[in-house]
Design a protein around this ligand. Structure first.
Ligand code: AMP
Ligand code: MG
Length: 399
């Protein structure tokens, strides 16, 4: 297949048939950012019973606007039945059950107690300050829609309804496989010709930032047989496999052949973009593989642009991509037409600066950036003051 455009590559990631996986999870903050695979129906009325919205007095209207104050108190959590007779008032607190016989609740600031009498300084409206049973939610009402993103409020609401399990779309199991004879682990002494492995950390961190848990990592040297074997193993365990390096056309790039041998079907290979041209995307049944270029900035750029929307599809999220907005460039940048370019950049308000150090291997500018500026294939560059499209790298957070 010949090189495709960024748009075609994104279309493939967005539209390749994918079966979301549902699972039931106990209610906990671990569900934050998950998407509901079920609608949530209220099992009862909320509030469950009439209750007081104020600290004050429950009153039953009598002949006069003075009430006989009973000695009792009704506190929150009190489950006793209590009957008020006409002309009587009783101390009540916020959240306490309101006696069925009460006409209203008067806030304490509007009252005066003299001996066993309660005087009220304002006129009392029937039903005031009583939160009625079912006034917020009725039994059987749909309170959360299928597809709802679970935020703190949705989790609190679920708990409020006494529900302790939710069906959500399961986040995909992800694995990271690094390739390359040259890689050594940070912390070890570097021997001649070796470099430290950056991608397994960078890709694991990227996945973690997307709330992916239990990421497994493996490494394989530049050897076809071993690469085949490791890919085979990884495909057993994961829904999405990220492979770093070995996907270009060098004599020691074995990933493509190893994938083919494992029955992985190519969806695309090579995208008209910079950085990250050698990007590969393939599938085997319901499992997906990204072959990411070994150069760290290319791998990360591709992760934000292509891996992220696939993760979001598995998770059932509607918003697949990072947010894009128009910004005014504070920098000039020259470019040859033919490939789209994603530039490490930093925005503040409406302005964006393109950073120094755009090389595919350069992470320092990436570490400093909060955006990627997108220049389309045909663009020959930009001048200071031009409007550009900036992709907000912080917009992909869990919430
Ligand atoms: P490759 O895509 O395997 O041809 O690798 C392209 C470049 O990225 C080479 O300079 C590799 O040494 C480098 N590279 C590959 N894998 C990693 C990694 N995990 N961490 C840092 N650099 C890497
Ligand atoms: Mg390599």
């Amino acid at each position: 297949m010949s090189m495709i455009s960024v748009k075609e590559a994104l279309d493939a990631v967005e539209n390749s048939p994918l079966q979301k996986i549902e699972e039931e999870q106990p209610l906990s903050s671990a569900l934050l950012g998950n998407v509901l695979a079920q609608a949530l129906i209220s099992p009862f009325d909320l509030p469950h019973f009439d209750l007081s919205a104020m600290d004050g007095y429950a009153v039953k209207f009598g002949e006069t606007d003075e009430f006989i104050l009973l000695e009792k108190e009704i506190t929150a959590g009190n489950g006793e039945e209590f009957i008020l007779s006409p002309g009587e008032a009783v101390r009540i607190f916020t959240g306490a059950p309101c006696p069925a016989s009460a006409d209203a609740i008067v806030m304490q600031e509007q009252t005066e107690v003299v001996n066993d009498r309660l005087k009220v300084s304002v006129s009392i409206k029937s039903g005031q300050n009583i939160r009625r049973r079912g006034e917020e939610i009725k039994k059987g009402e749909k309170v959360l829609q299928k597809g709802q993103l679970l935020n703190p409020a949705a989790l609190g609401l679920t708990a409020n309804l006494g529900i302790d399990k939710l069906r959500v779309y399961r986040a995909p199991n992800c694995g990271v496989l690094t390739t390359g004879d040259e890689l050594s682990s940070p912390g070890k002494e570097l021997t001649p010709g070796k470099i430290y492995d950056s991608n397994s950390y960078l890709l694991e961190a990227f996945l973690s930032s997307q709330n992916i848990k239990n990421i497994s990592k493996a490494h394989v040297p530049d050897d076809l047989a071993l690469t085949k074997e490791k890919i085979g193993e990884a495909l057993q365990k994961h829904d999405i496999l990220l492979i770093s390096g070995g996907i270009s056309v060098g004599d020691y790039d074995f990933v493509k052949e190893a994938l083919l041998d494992n029955g992985v079907e190519e969806i695309f290979h090579k995208v008209k973009q910079k950085p990250g041209k050698p990007l590969y995307f393939g599938r085997k049944d319901q499992k997906f593989v990204f072959g990411l270029p070994g150069n760290p900035a290319s791998a990360l750029s591709n992760a934000y642009l292509y891996v992220l929307p696939l993760l979001n599809r598995f998770k059932g999220r509607e918003q697949l991509h990072l947010e894009r907005s128009k910004k005014r460039s504070q920098s000039d940048f020259q470019k040859k037409p033919g490939r789209s370019q994603f530039l490490k950049a930093k925005f503040s308000g409406q302005e964006v600066n393109i950073l120094e150090g755009q090389g595919s291997a350069m992470l320092q500018s990436f570490a400093e950036s909060n955006a990627l500026v997108f220049l389309p294939e045909e663009s020959t560059g930009i001048n200071k003051g031009d409007t550009v499209e900036a992709i907000d790298l912080r917009s992909g957070n869990i919430q």
